[in-house]
Design a protein around this ligand. Structure first.
Ligand code: SAH
Length: 228
């Protein structure tokens, strides 16, 4: 079984074996846990997750768990990526803002399901690595910038969808402001050990919040997040 990327292997190395492992990952850890959106399942079968995971944990790239990516951060487990994206209800035409690029994996899955993805990461090294993979995969509808994502990306607002991959103390006000009419945002809220996934919908001038179950994310650190 080929599970480890060797240092001298080209970045784009993919194979039938990896495709097979992804199919198993989607069946066992995503579809069997209740994700039914066929577009989300197809995107996760296609995006080469092993390229985004650091070499030391590459053997676990297609497993059920979150994995360390350095800088005390993690790449979310496949089920959570699928669940958050499913809750976004993407049709293919949306402009999406992601906060917390991390490895870039979720941004690339999103890039197959939406028109444009703008992703913000606060750790420079993670953003650089993510951009390198996005370029190597020749993906042209993902833009990454290094910034405090709790401010959003005002030049590009409004966004049809916003997805936050780190947990905030409360919904950051700038993100609500940058949500389009009829837009939706998925964001984990709460302190470590006690987080809930929230779906914020903008209906005209009102916002509505729905509870979507428990969550376990790293903290969203920033001006409208947790303080360092
Ligand atoms: N979506 C990522 C995983 C994200 S982990 C993936 O697919 O790999 C959460 C990320 O949020 C971390 O990389 C962390 O550095 C980042 N983060 C935390 N607070 C942030 C902020 N205020 N702005 C931007 N990124 C932030």
């Amino acid at each position: 079984m080929i599970t480890r990327r060797k240092r001298d292997e080209p970045l784009l190395e993919d194979s039938k074996e990896f495709a097979h492992q992804r199919a198993l990952m989607v069946d066992r850890h995503v579809a069997s846990r209740g994700i039914t959106d066929a577009r989300v399942l197809a995107a996760m079968r296609e995006v080469p997750r092993h390229l985004f995971v650091p070499a030391v944990v590459a053997s676990k790239a297609h497993g059920p768990s979150a994995l360390p990516i350095g800088f005390r951060q993690t790449i979310s487990q496949p089920y959570i990526v699928a669940r958050m994206i499913e809750l976004l209800d993407l049709t293919g035409s949306e402009k999406v803002l992601e906060i917390g690029t991390g490895t870039g994996y979720q941004a690339v899955v999103l890039s197959r399901l939406a028109a444009k993805v703008f992703s913000i990461e606060r750790v420079n090294e993670l953003a650089l690595r993510a951009v390198e993979i996005v370029r190597a995969l020749r993906i042209h509808n993902v833009s990454v910038k290094v910034f405090d994502g709790t401010y959003g990306w005002s030049d590009q607002a409004p966004f049809d969808r916003i997805i936050v991959a780190a947990a905030a103390p409360e919904v950051p006000e700038p993100l609500v402001q940058q949500l389009a009419r009829n837009g939706r945002m998925i964001i984990p809220i709460g302190p470590e050990g006690n987080q809930r996934l929230a779906r914020v919908s903008r209906v005209g001038t009102r916002t509505q919040i729905e509870d979507c179950g428990t969550a376990e994310f790293v903290p969203l650190v920033g001006r409208f997040g947790w303080k360092e």
